[in-house]
Design a protein around this ligand. Structure first.
Ligand code: ATP
Ligand code: MN
Length: 479
């Protein structure tokens, strides 16, 4: 065993004094050759270590530079200074790893921008902002498993490499072991995938849903929580090429059950973060308030982060149909003043500006939009009586736009086959999917929640690159 240490979070929470402890962490600041602030990542709060003057070598003290790693043993005593209740009177101090102050890329004095921090993402966890963001992210991930576990859902690990390119959720990344030079070809010049690793063309998954449905139609209720990949060349603050998605799928469920579950789920994980990450959320709220101050008055949000989260917890999500949403847009002052860049009419795939108008200007709360035109939605969504809409639902969140996409699935084999034909989805490749409709089909529904979009919402960060450890976006795959 390397050593017994107490985590700073636990130490600060106990407020007990008079006993000896060992802490290990990284130096944040060192003042007056006496006061050492050490952070170990368990909380944004540092533990103050008091080094009595004369007790330690000057040579040792000189090495107490920002981000040097240290091991300190000493007595926990009440603190005289303001800002902390307890501190450690150091008995022994060991430097585990030096940190060259000249070369250390994170100079905390001149607050580094989020953009700069993305360039040094390998170090950014050591800032308060990213410390808070990633502890909240962890907590949300934990809450997700807790929520579904409590409800008896089975966690299903759907494959990351898939051979079906039928889902149509987005552009895919190819997975191959074929050489670029001398690629085996068929007579007609096309690539001979029979020679490839899997003997067929394969991709990174864009969604685990189709496999999820196989699980739901046996276990009743399943969820997936894993990485998904989309080679979409959209350089936005809301899209990643590699992101994490949560996809519950429920047998014996319709669209309304689906909406109810999604709303309950979102509230549950927010509540979990509010209960377990209060300090970090308060820090992030402060950060957001400062960021908002830089904006012109009209663009500032009306609520602070904590207020916003409480508001979401305490209010029902608005539920409207797509048709109602389009009517609201057509009646809106924004439309009449020609403020929308994109066209508004029944049948459009709503653009971000439209979604944001609905949630941020009109309803000022999360909105669930249902029953979209079938032509803009996937083949597996259940056709409504009207013959032109499907039982889809998207949840739109203030500041984020689409956070959930889901639907009741088409469980009727004939309808599904007809839709696949219309949409040129190859039925022979999806024989296994169609089998669920052949053998004991049931009404079922599910949705996909983009995890990073949820983390954005809860942390109040504005760019999706700042809520995933190592973002993959067009032209960047650093670290
Ligand atoms: P968008 O219109 O925002 O591109 P989408 O319609 O492509 O989303 P779905 O295919 O329904 O999204 O995926 C389900 C969820 O996954 C979305 O609601 C969103 O939260 C998330 N999501 C989709 N694409 C991305 C992406 N590129 N990066 C991060 N999250 C994503
Ligand atoms: Mn998309």
């Amino acid at each position: 065993m390397f050593n017994k240490r107490i985590k700073v979070k636990q130490l600060l929470a106990s407020e007990q004094t008079g006993h000896e402890v060992t802490v290990m962490g990284w130096v944040r600041t060192f003042r007056n050759n006496q006061f050492l602030a050490v952070n170990d990542g368990s909380t944004n709060n540092n533990i103050q270590i008091v080094l009595e003057l004369g007790q330690f070598d000057d040579a040792l003290l000189k090495r107490l530079t920002t981000s040097a790693s240290v091991k300190v043993t000493g007595e926990v005593v009440p603190s005289m200074g303001k800002g902390q209740k307890i501190e450690i009177k150091a008995k022994t101090l060991e430097i585990l790893g030096d940190s060259d102050a000249e070369k250390y890329p994170l100079q905390l004095k001149n607050r580094p921008s989020l953009e700069y921090l993305r360039e040094i993402a390998h170090m950014r966890f050591r800032t308060n902002t990213f410390g808070a963001v990633f502890r909240v992210r962890h907590s949300l991930a934990f809450a997700i498993h807790k929520f579904f576990n409590e409800k008896g859902f089975v966690y299903l690990h759907t494959p990351i490499i898939t051979a079906s390119d039928a889902e149509g959720a987005g552009e895919m990344f190819r997975v191959t072991s074929l050489p670029f030079d001398g690629t085996p070809r068929n007579e007609d010049g096309s690539v001979n995938f029979k020679e490839d690793f899997f003997g067929k063309s394969t991709n990174l998954t864009v969604s685990g849903q189709l496999e999820g449905e196989l699980g739901a139609t046996a276990f009743g209720e399943i969820y997936t929580f894993g990485p998904t990949f989309r080679a979409e060349n959209s350089n936005t603050a809301r899209h990643l090429a590699e992101f994490w998605m949560i996809e519950p799928e429920m047998a014996f469920s319709d669209l309304e059950d689906n909406m109810n579950l999604a709303e309950e789920f979102i509230k549950y994980i927010i509540q979990h973060a509010m209960d377990n990450n209060r300090e970090d959320l308060e820090f992030l709220a402060q950060r957001l308030a400062e960021e908002e101050k830089q904006k012109p008055q009209a663009e500032r949000s009306e609520m602070g982060l904590i207020e916003k989260l409480e508001f979401v917890l305490n209010n029902n999500f608005e539920r409207i149909t797509y048709t109602e949403a389009i009517d609201i847009l057509l009646q809106s002052p924004a439309y009449k003043k020609k403020k929308f860049q994109y066209e508004v009419k029944w049948g459009i795939d709503m653009q971000s500006e439209h979604e944001r108008y609905l949630v941020e200007k009109h309803f000022k709360k999360p909105v669930i939009v249902t029953n979209y035109p079938k032509d803009i939605k996937a083949f597996y969504m259940r056709l409504n009586e009207d013959g032109k809409t499907v039982a889809a639902m998207d949840i739109l969140a203030p500041g984020i736009g689409e956070i959930v996409g889901g639907s009741q699935r088409e469980e009727r084999l004939e309808n599904l086959e007809a839709r696949m034909k219309e949409m040129h989805v190859p039925a022979d490749e999806l024989w296994w999917y169609l089998d669920t409709r052949r053998f004991g089909t049931v009404p079922h529904a599910g949705f996909g929640l983009g995890f990073e979009r949820m983390v954005l919402f809860v942390t109040g960060m504005t760019n999706i690159r700042d809520v995933i450890a190592f973002p993959r976006t067009p032209k960047t795959a650093e670290f």
